[in-house]
Design a protein around this ligand. Structure first.
Ligand code: GCO
Ligand code: MN
Ligand code: MN
Length: 412
């Protein structure tokens, strides 16, 4: 193949994207509650050992591209759009006004707002630091984000306490730090109650997001399960206002079965928001786009959510790889992530309605009709042929994933 010079490269990528086929239209994509984070679209490819590879992108551009793609909802941290030193000033009001305009112009809604409590030097000792003035500032920041949320029409606020922990052991008292963290959340909920009245809106759904490690070396609320315990610990004044925003990869990072972690959140009535992405088990937070690593596991996750009536947002919290260009972020990365999600969601519907799986599950639930009093050995013997259905069901889900049941012809 001959060299592909600058001007021809985008054309090549577009042609091959077209050739891939299988894309949904923007109108079809908008039917799903898919939300696009400002920070994901604007991520420049930087990391601890990595210089940025892409140019900065502002909210106007992101919102415009989301409209073109068919992503109907936008999410943001406070400082993704307002510099830290402009928070609470006239500049904040101007920016919020400009965001509203851009959202209206492009037919998008802001669904979620979140506070940056991990990056700035002020959070070196976390938002629940020993110094009371830092904790007061954190409370103000959380309430300010809730206010921005109401102004932009958001329904969710997310809290990712990635700096709530320590680098060196013994320096902080974990119980005290967690109590202080609860005070911050309590303040956000109380501020929300007052703001909801003022803006004549419902209060937001406050969703906690766990990540087992990074950026603090040890994290005090590392998993969704730890957060459920925290929500029900008695420390929160409004536990009914606080739920979860699990992130798929964050559960894999500690070795969990994401589907089981989500099931536990569902059982508690706390699965309110979901960050969708992919990555590798027991590794760091690579935030790869949904379905590129674990499509079968993802299909199973979505079967669980479809069959248990999850109606919350699917937030594309991933990082386009640093090998993708600024143009590629919106022409390849986001549209393909959305389309893989929709494909998997529709396949999950196929799994949920599949007659073979239905019959197999019904047979398993019917059991063999043996008498429980016959003893363990007899019960095991009575059910043993039925239990082969577990593997059959798993194979059937694989068939649906790869489309092998749809008349595919093989060479051998
Ligand atoms: C991560 C985190 C963040 C949070 C975001 C919202 O992967 O590092 O998930 O992206 O989702 O900060 O609070
Ligand atoms: Mn996340
Ligand atoms: Mn992540």
């Amino acid at each position: 193949m001959k060299t592909v010079s600058g001007g021809d490269q985008q054309a090549l990528v577009s042609r091959l994207m077209q050739a891939c086929g299988g894309g949904y239209t923007p109108a079809q994509r908008r039917k799903y509650f898919i939300t696009g984070p400002q920070w994901a679209a604007a991520y420049e490819g930087q990391a601890l050992f990595h210089a940025p590879t892409r140019k900065p992108v502002g909210f106007e551009e992101v919102i415009r591209h989301f409209e073109e793609i068919g992503i109907g909802h936008w999410t943001t941290h406070d400082t993704d759009v307002i510099p830290t030193d402009a928070l609470g000033t006239e500049r904040q009001e101007e920016t919020v006004g400009a965001i509203r305009k851009a959202l209206d112009k492009h037919g998008l809604e802001c669904s979620m707002v979140t506070t940056e409590t991990f990056h700035h030097a002020v959070w070196a000792a976390s938002p629940a630091a020993e110094a009371p003035e830092v904790r007061e500032y954190a409370k103000w920041r959380l309430a300010n984000t809730v206010k921005i949320g109401h102004q932009l029409g958001a329904r969710f606020a997310v809290y990712w306490p990635g700096s709530l922990g320590y680098q060196v052991q013994g320096a902080i008292d974990e119980t005290q730090t967690l109590k202080w963290y609860a005070e911050g959340l309590n303040h956000a909920c109380e501020a929300d109650i007052a703001l909801a009245r003022e803006y004549k809106r419902d209060t937001l759904k406050h969703c906690m997001e766990a990540k087992p490690f990074e950026p603090a070396a040890e994290i005090l609320l590392p998993t969704s399960d730890a957060m459920l315990a925290f929500i029900f610990s008695g420390l929160l004044k409004h536990p009914e206002m606080v739920g979860l925003n699990p992130e798929y990869l964050h559960e894999l990072m500690w070795g969990a079965a994401p589907r089981a972690a989500l099931a536990r959140a569902l059982l508690c009535g706390k699965l309110w928001h979901f960050d969708i992405n992919d990555g590798y088990r027991l590794k760091h937070d690579v935030d790869i786009a949904v379905g590129l690593v674990n499509p079968l596991d993802w299909l199973n996750v979505l079967v669980l959510l479809r069959t248990h009536g999850y109606h919350g947002p699917f937030n594309l919290d991933y990082k386009p790889p640093r090998t993708t260009s600024n143009h590629g972020v919106f022409s390849v990365s986001f549209p393909t992530a959305v389309d893989r999600f929709i494909t998997l969601w529709e396949m999950a519907g196929e799994v949920a309605g599949d007659p073979i799986i239905h019959e197999a599950v019904a047979a398993l639930k019917a059991g063999a009709g043996a008498n429980p009093g016959e003893g363990a050995a007899a019960l095991a013997e009575a059910n043993k042929e039925l239990l082969t259905l577990h593997e059959l069901i798993s194979h059937r889900i694989f068939q649906i994933l790869v489309g092998a049941h749809q008349g595919r012809v093989y060479a051998v």
